[in-house]
Write a protein that binds this ligand. Sequence first.
Ligand code: NAD
Length: 422
Amino acid sequence: MTAFNPWEMACQQLDTVARKINLDKNIHQKLRHCKRSLIVSVPIQMDDGAVQVFEGYRVQHNLERGPAKGGIRYHPDVTLDEVKALAMWMTWKCAVVGIPYGGAKGGVVCDPRQMSLTELEKLTRRFTSEISIIIGPEKDIPAPDVNTNPQVMSWIMDTYSMNVGYSAPGVVTGKPIEIGGSEGRLTATGKGAMIVINEALQHLKLRPDQCTVAIQGFGNVGSATAQFLHEIGCRIVGVTDVAGGVFNPKGLDIPALIRHTKDSERHTLAGFDGGDHVNNPAKANEEVLKLNVDILAPCALENQITKANAHGIRAKIIAEGANGPTTPEADEILFRKGVFMLPDILANAGGVTVSYFEWVQDIQAHFWQLEDINKELTRIMVKGFRDVLDIAQREQCDMRMAAYILAVSRVATAVKLRGIYP
Ligand code: NAD
């Protein structure tokens, strides 16, 4: 069996839509390449005095529609190909919801769970310095992703500001509110997911208070998705994280579970007493994906729903909080089974949408109320859903293909208008 390669998957998805829309072959060729890929080494003096050198990446896929935007991931399995794929998906995501950005992503190969806070700060500051030649409020604006958070964003903002000699809050989004962050950003990806799930429920004539939900991954995206679905009346019956899973057919007490993960030493579900635990992560994940629920939200990593397990999925709706959780082979199986797919580039676009609001607020030095943020977020997500659904109905295709048709067409138009330099 060949190893999963996210970049090959991303290119395969682009090739499929290119055939479908008869994309100009020159534009197709251009979009199949990332504009810039920067590889940096990040030497850090660890707490024990020894120097350890980490590898980091910042990739900009396309800048045709605006500055580059995309998160930074800290994970032992990060690869350049993964970061390239995530950057390409960011290009499509910004285009689907009509946000004036291109796509980028960053990552450092490290295991933050094994590092102290001091080591993480040093890693972040040195990585920021190394990539500062290509980031900036008008060039490329990072944000949080797996294992990075508002504290990490604060260090990025501070390091960049120290290097340029003035405070530059617009260089990064997902910052704490006290230093130029936005109301609503922390939970924006989950809120956006809930908004499009709610639209899908209305479309399929299902009521939230009669729906059950399973969620894989309980970090920023998974926990906020759970929180907002819980608030509209859904019953969350199973969630997993890197340590295992917790299941309760009567419904988990989500506010209590969120409090538990925040308080527990390692920020995991382990030890929560409101459900049955499966402590083997692989087994817990297998179980959560197969649960007999209305909505399944994969909110962890790529390559979770594959041709090996897609047949066993029983959910009516899949909402991809994570980027790239479903392989193209699994997509086909799910489409034939009649599963309603809310693809990553639509379902998790709430994060980049409120990041865009944060950047606009930073540039204008004028901050919005939470109700204004939520109103604009809802407007953009609902429009994104309806635009994609219209295409899916017109073209008789699944929602992922429809989202790609919309996104790639918008980016292709921008490429055509700007022309190939020189
Ligand atoms: P996070 O670090 O806050 O949380 C990740 C969660 O996944 C944790 O609960 C972790 O325990 C769990 N996890 C890791 N490996 C797992 C495994 N093998 N099985 C089950 N659970 C596992 O990260 P996040 O920001 O919530 O990001 C999750 C996904 O959402 C990623 O694909 C990311 O690219 C995507 N995403 C994030 C944002 C954002 O604003 N943070 C926006 C859009 C998309």
